[in-house]
Design a protein around this ligand. Structure first.
Ligand code: F6R
Length: 578
């Protein structure tokens, strides 16, 4: 993953790069660093942990005209200052920051006659550049031809007042004004500083100078690029009244859904539904939480449009030996729109000549640029690593999409739902009881099974609890063997037609001594040990209603164990590596 940020100019380049890295911290926060170029000398400052640790090491008044910076999510090598970027070539001529993975770095390493100080693929890449001869851009072009894998890089040479950038499969944008040029993994870094930016395509290169930028193709031929207007973006600075972004984002869900409803039904989505209606089937593809949204999306389309649907995990889809159909609409769901596996699948589908639709939350993201149809979500910026409002907005978006595609008019009930839906306070006293259990299972059927999967993912990722979500009917096919009086089973039951089936499964758990926390809006014929009463809405809205207490449970559980729910270990917000 990782985020890169680079700046050249006469202003506050050091501070701007550090600020940029803070905005990119969602891409990884294992370690960070900057390289400064001044008086034909490169110097580095690095730190392990969050950007605030790096900030403490940098003099607030430090000035330097050329700065490159990096925030890391470890791929090659442990978390340490040695492995933190920027990396310097052995001859001391070049420094580089890199987002991506060089897959053939071991092979390249054996070809280079250098002694490496880190375990990173990036140090190999920068030494490969140094091993070439000629102008810096030419060396970068040559090295890029030899590396296999993904990269967005910013490179400096100790004798040149320039920054060289390149991109393949990892995002990179460049912005320029009269007084400075910046490059970053994400255009939110440019907000407030530039009116326009340029989004690099794969195998494009740029040479940035103070107030000037030139673009090149992979053969070094100068190219023209069209700027994108930054003013279009909803880049309001995130301020935090609550202590954690996750808490804020959980609370924001009703407002986000209202905005989404307004966008879909008052402004009308800019989608050619007549063209989309011609598709005979739909195939949804995504990762993690977005995959869970897809599972619900498929259920909505099947229910309202009566079209067959299938759902794949992106990392599986891309290597499956499968057939593609031009009559199928392939739908890719991604909050960031930068997830490597999801993008690879969309690319594959396009290569087969099939139609791609994306459901993304970040305008101008990579996935959006390669899609034939775009159905945006309007969750607003999501900062906490664990997805909450982006998930409920995806679910609501896919419900609205299914309804618009089917022609079923449910505008009034959607409107009433967004009007009445609220986030209720979490019963914190329940937490004390729940925390006693070290074994937790989430069960449900159909849409409640998806909530079980998502609820358990939240608890895993921010409270580090080894729990699983399982289809309630599957328990007796193996997992029931694990149930004893030390086990908590969180049962979600929101569908009248499946109520009795759920009751049978829950009684099977109770018969083995398992304790039950029931989340339901229905009247059941048994007494659970614990209960969360859900507000009662039409069945199709219940996945949005029932996930909220599970998001809160994970949040408070994480806090109770002394973790930072916003920044779980080993994870990052945008997964831009395979
Ligand atoms: C979990 C979570 C992840 C993401 C997944 C896909 O809370 O956020 O599972 O859903 O990494 O990310 P996007 O949606 O950006 O493609």
């Amino acid at each position: 993953m990782c985020g890169i940020c680079a700046s050249i100019g006469k202003e506050n380049e050091v501070q701007d790069v550090v600020l940029g890295l803070k905005k990119l911290e969602y891409r990884g926060y294992d370690s960070s660093g900057i390289a400064l170029l001044g008086d034909e000398k490169i110097s580095c400052v690095k730190s392990v942990g969050q950007i605030k640790n790096l900030e403490k090491k940098i003099d607030k008044n430090l000035c330097c005209p050329v700065v490159i910076g990096h925030t890391r999510w470890a791929t090659h090598g442990v978390v340490s200052e040695e492995n933190a970027h920027p990396h310097i070539s052995q001859d001391g001529q070049f420094a580089m920051v890199h987002n991506g993975i060089i897959e053939n770095f071991e092979k390249l390493k054996t070809q280079l006659d250098v002694c490496l100080y880190s375990q990173t693929d990036t140090e190999v890449f920068v030494n490969l550049i140094a091993s070439k001869t000629g102008e810096t851009l030419f060396r970068l072009l040559q090295a890029a031809k030899e590396v296999v894998g993904s990269f967005a890089v910013a490179l400096i040479h100790k004798n040149e007042n320039k920054i060289f950038v390149a991109k393949r499969q990892s995002p990179l944008a460049v912005a320029v004004s009269k007084t400075k040029s910046m490059a970053a993994s994400d255009i939110s870094v440019f907000a407030g500083k530039f009116d326009f930016c340029y989004i690099l395509d794969d195998n494009q290169f740029a040479v940035m100078e103070d107030g000037k930028v030139d673009f090149f193709d992979e053969n070094g031929k100068k190219i023209q690029k069209n700027p994108v207007f930054i003013g279009d973006f909803d880049f309001f600075e995130e301020t935090l009244q609550e202590k954690y972004f996750m808490q804020k984002e959980i609370k924001e869900q009703p407002v986000a859904l209202r905005k989404e409803f307004f966008k879909y039904f008052s402004e009308c989505p800019n989608l050619d539904f007549e063209a989309l209606k011609k598709c005979k089937s739909l195939h949804f593809v995504a990762c993690g939480t977005a995959y869970h949204s897809c599972l619900l999306g498929a259920q909505f389309v099947q229910q309202f449009c009566k079209k067959p649907c299938s759902v794949s995990i992106a990392s599986e889809f891309r290597y499956a030996r499968q057939t593609f159909s031009k009559k199928c609409l392939y739908v890719f769901v991604s909050q960031s729109g930068e997830t490597a596996d999801t993008i690879a699948c969309a690319k594959l589908v396009k290569e087969k000549g099939c139609k791609v639709m994306c459901v993304t939350n970040v305008p101008y993201c990579t996935l959006e640029q390669m899609s034939d149809f775009v159905f945006p979500t309007f969750a607003g910026k999501e900062i906490a690593v664990a997805s909450t409002k982006a998930y409920t907005c995806q679910v609501f978006a896919l419900l609205c999409f299914a309804l618009l595609l089917s022609g079923v008019d449910k505008k009034e009930s959607l409107k009433n739902f967004v009007k009445e839906f609220e986030v209720l306070p979490f019963q914190e006293k329940l937490l004390k009881e729940i925390c006693k259990f070290k074994k937790v299972f989430f069960i449900g059927r159909q849409q409640d099974y998806v909530t079980a999967l998502e609820g358990s993912l939240k608890l895993k990722e921010i409270a580090y609890l080894n729990c699983i979500g399982i289809a309630a009917g599957e328990l007796k096919h193996g997992t029931l063997a694990l149930i004893d009086n030390q086990t908590l089973v969180i049962a979600i039951s929101t569908q009248e037609r499946l109520k009795e089936k759920m009751e049978s499964n829950i009684l099977e758990v109770k018969a083995r001594g398992g304790k039950v926390l029931l989340l339901s809006n229905l009247q059941h014929n048994f007494t659970p040990e614990f209960r969360i009463d859900l507000p009662d809405f039409e069945e199709c809205f219940m996945p949005i209603v029932s996930i909220v207490p599970l998001q809160q449970l994970a949040f408070f559980y994480s806090l109770a164990l002394g973790f930072n729910p916003d920044k779980p270990r080993n994870l990052a917000k945008a997964v831009t590596v395979e």
